[in-house]
Ligand binder design. Structure first.
Ligand SMILES: Cc1cc2nc3c(=O)[nH]c(=O)nc-3n(C[C@H](O)[C@H](O)[C@H](O)COP(=O)(O)OP(=O)(O)OC[C@H]3O[C@@H](n4cnc5c(N)ncnc54)[C@H](O)[C@@H]3O)c2cc1C
Length: 407
């Protein structure tokens, strides 16, 4: 293993692996430390969860050269139907109205992980250190000294910039004592793939129910992916139902827009919470992805948001490499934090508000949100703005998010 890096990424999951890929080719020595091998069935980032990728994320993945392979297992989202169970409000978003091939795409984290890891293995400037764990680090002048545990041995290395991509329970963030704004929703997401009697025809459904939002996303091979947000006190009961009893329950919540629900795969549950680091940078350290912000999956934005962190950081690191600037310099990190602030806060606010508003059974709120949905449908300019936020193409975009390669 090399002893010196320009950029060391802790966490080789969805966001960390994307960052290594995005920055490769810029003349930097890149290390990526991941605790679990992809082959391990407990790899926490590349599991069977289904990710709705925004149009903006597709552009980033295309610009970093991995979309061609990922597209093979991704299903396009042509339209989105948003409704409130048992009430009058609903709205539609359509790819034609937004002038794009697809509003987004749906792929499993596992399939995306396979493409990323295969790709990283071929890059001469990226060293994948796995399975390995961070033990501790200290900033000493113009470098960060890092101690790792690799195969039971202790290894000492150093880097100019340390990036925390180590997920919602980030060890790097904890070691820096960066405070968190934290909010538990009392909700848990249950995910599973299913088959239905009617074809999905590229339609994604977001249906707000008494216990929380229920999403049905189109998948390859005619399958549909369910993300059901239930109250914590309902989860044990729902998880212990037989497949048929669960499908009956789901059918009752969702209705028959996709016809009869025929079969369902393994159900997995994830407790939900909002977590925002109050600082995104420290001396020679930057936080990206879930380490910086973990949000409710109601709008399917967590990875999309993390990928936009990646695009901005890669843009700044690429410019720094051209001008031979130190990649861990304070001014670069401050630019990163400033550039990301607005998008991160907007998405966290929208997501948090939706999760609360649509989980609230009170009459006036229910009425207001139904009027809101109807209003959205009859105001094309507002709908367009909402669609562009979900598509990840609002605000000042870095080169990768405009589909421009850094090479
Ligand atoms: C049910 C559900 C549905 C979702 N749906 C969507 C969606 O439709 N669209 C969307 O955009 N997002 C979605 N998300 C969010 C998305 O999954 C996350 O935002 C994304 O996985 C975050 O990636 P990450 O790499 O930042 O963190 P993680 O996925 O948590 O990865 C962190 C990585 O760091 C490694 N690691 C941790 N600590 C260490 C250490 N000390 N040393 C070395 N390695 C370490 C871990 O092994 C892991 O590989 C969903 C989330 C859930 C729960």
């Amino acid at each position: 293993m090399s002893a010196e890096f320009d950029l060391l990424i802790i966490g080789g999951g969805m966001v960390g692996a994307s960052l290594a890929r995005a920055v490769s080719g810029q003349g930097l020595r890149i290390g990526i430390v991941e605790a679990f091998s992809l082959a391990s069935n407990v790899q926490p980032s590349f599991d069977d969860r289904v990710i709705a990728l925004s149009w903006g994320s597709r552009k980033i993945l295309q610009a970093i050269g991995v979309w061609g392979e990922m597209a093979k297992s991704a299903e396009p989202i042509c339209r989105i139907h948003i409704s409130d169970r048992g009430h009058f409000g609903f709205t539609h978003l359509d790819r034609h109205e937004e002038g794009v091939d697809a509003l987004g795409y749906v792929a499993t984290a596992r399939a995306m992980g396979e493409v990323l890891q295969k790709d990283l293995a071929d890059l001469p400037d990226v060293e994948f250190i796995c399975p390995a764990k961070l033990r501790h680090f200290t900033v000493n002048g113009d470098r960060v000294d890092v101690s790792l545990e690799v195969d039971g041995d202790i290894q000492e290395i150093n880097t100019k910039l340390l990036v925390a991509a180590d997920g919602g329970d980030s060890q790097v963030r904890t070691m820096l004592s960066i405070p968190l704004k934290e909010q538990a929703y009392g909700q848990t997401a249950i995910i599973a793939n299913l088959t239905t009697a009617k074809p999905h025809e590229g339609m994604a459904y977001e249906r707000f129910t008494d216990s929380g939002p229920l999403a049905m996303l189109p998948m390859t091979e005619g399958r549909v992916s369910m993300v059901w947000t239930a109250r914590d006190d309902q989860v044990d009961g729902l998880m212990s139902l037989s497949d048929q009893a669960f499908l009956n329950h789901l059918q009752d919540r969702f209705g028959y827009r996709l016809g009869r629900m025929e079969s369902i795969g393994k159900r997995v549950s994830y407790p939900l919470r909002l977590r925002q680091a109050t600082e995104q940078i420290s001396n020679r350290v930057a936080l990206v992805g879930n380490a910086a912000h973990t949000i409710h999956p109601v709008t399917g934005q967590g990875f999309n948001l993390g990928l936009r962190d990646v695009a901005v950081l890669a843009d700044l690191l690429s410019d720094a490499a051209v001008s031979k600037q130190d990649p861990g310099e304070r001014s670069l990190l401050e630019s990163y934090e400033k550039w990301r602030q607005r998008d991160q806060q907007a998405v966290a606010l929208i997501t948090d508000s939706l999760a609360r508003l649509f989980a609230n059974p009170l009459g006036p709120l229910r009425m207001a949100r139904n009027i809101g949905l109807l209003g959205l449908d009859s105001l094309p300019s507002l709908k367009h703005l909402v669609a562009r936020q979900f598509m990840g193409v609002n605000g000042r975009l870095p080169r990768l998010a405009r589909g421009v390669s850094l090479d």
